[in-house]
Ligand binder design. Sequence first.
Ligand SMILES: [Ca+2]
Ligand SMILES: [Ca+2]
Length: 219
Amino acid sequence: MAINLTKGQKIDLRKASGDKLTNFCIGVNWGAIQKKGFLGLGTKNIDVDLDLSCILIDDNNNLCDHIYSPLYNIEVLQQFGLPKGKLVSNDGALRHTGDDLQGDKGGDDGLDNEIITVDLSRVSPAVSKIFFFLNNVGDEDFSQIPYAKIRMFEGTPTRVNSVFADYNVSAEAAYTGKKALIMAKLYKRNDEWKFDAIGDPTEDVFLGQTIHRIAKNYL
Ligand SMILES: [Ca+2]
Ligand SMILES: [Ca+2]
């Protein structure tokens, strides 16, 4: 049975069998917005471009590595003191499947649109925290997106073997005006990795703001 995460919940990365969970995927599944066409005829899809990203923090609370879309404008990133986007961590332990610019069209396909695969056994020893977050590149806030679901699962980006935990960023009033979500952190305690489902929505319109917010308030 998957754990239905609630905001702020902390969990051990252990399976029902007691074994450590070291290889898993963190995925986000979301839909494009469907609007009725002229005179209520037909439907029109409006692309929704959510971006799943993560930053890696060392023992001294410095940002030491990152994964976010290479499509982010380098000049805007530089204004936030951030480097160009990339899809693989320097140690090779975390890998992003690539930037989905649209979301599902024609309803929920049950597959995650962006996924970061994690192999905790390969994470550089210098890393003590990994923050995962979600930004919307477009104009909509989360309350306008038909669905956005986050889950942790064992398997590969194309095959879900077993869902360990999931979290629904549902279309609720609480998400009105919110365009970013500080999802969760992995953190090391006594050489064991743990997971904290932060789940804080923010009004950030750019990824750089979210990274600064995490650096200022969450370390
Ligand atoms: Ca995207
Ligand atoms: Ca999908």
